[in-house]
Design a protein around this ligand. Structure first.
Ligand code: AMP
Length: 213
């Protein structure tokens, strides 16, 4: 968990790669639907582009359906869920949780990061035109897909998402803290440093591998 732009997706991908976890990003599922003009997309596109949260019942259906695929023998890592009290309750009642990772970073830092964020339109890998530039401009280093800006990465939508995070999502950390599930890491560090700290705190021993090219 963490405010948008804290690095949730990057850290989830790094963990999933080395521990054979299935990475489930609710935002990616919505973006896939929007790209493919599905029925679900018609329901959520405007909400997402304006930086609002999708209604809980829609999100719960997405999670339930995705987890019912049972392609997660070694477990799963959820990225961007839960984001509201109802989603957290639903999740606690339905699934076992080993840990909640809280990536802590200031609003100013994420604002700058999100505005310089680019995303591969093919494989979804995140880039940052300040800190993590692609080798060739506008092209993904891994799959050569075209890099795009997310439609919801505009200043008004980001401010809305940051405000929603503080109002609706951050208080959930207390709920998980009561259950002693939360580890907190400093999101202003480099992606590798953050990943190392997460693995240390969770007592995971594997070294961080590089993505396959
Ligand atoms: P993300 O890629 O995690 O930043 O998600 C992109 C957008 O999808 C969010 O700004 C929301 O509009 C929507 N979304 C993703 N996850 C959730 C969630 N758990 N609850 C409500 N809306 C969500």
């Amino acid at each position: 968990m963490g405010v948008q732009g804290c690095g949730k997706g990057t850290q989830a991908i790094m963990l999933a790669r080395d521990y054979e976890l299935t990475h489930i990003s609710v935002g990616d599922i919505f973006r896939w639907n929007i790209q493919n003009h599905t029925k679900l997309a018609a329901q959520v596109r405007r909400i997402i582009n304006e930086g609002n949260l999708v209604p809980d019942d829609v999100v719960e259906d997405v999670i339930r359906q995705r987890l019912s695929e049972h392609d997660w023998n070694y477990g799963f890592i959820l990225d961007g869920f839960p984001r509201s009290h109802r989603q957290a309750q639903f999740f606690l009642e339905s699934y076992d949780i080993d840990a909640v990772i809280h990536i802590d970073v200031s609003d100013e830092v994420v604002m700058e990061r999100v505005l310089s964020r680019r995303l591969c339109s093919e494989c979804g890998l995140d880039y940052n035109i300040i800190q993590h530039r692609p080798r060739v401009a506008d092209q993904c280093d891994v799959c050569k897909g075209k890099l795009i800006t997310r439609e919801d990465d505009n200043e008004a939508a980001i401010r809305k998402r940051i405000a929603d995070y503080h109002e609706k999502t951050a208080p959930l950390l207390d709920l998980f803290r009561h259950k002693e599930l939360v580890i907190k890491t400093d999101g202003s560090l480099s992606p590798e440093e953050i990943q190392e700290d997460i693995r240390k705190q969770l007592r995971l021993s594997k070294a961080i591998s590089k993505p396959e090219e």
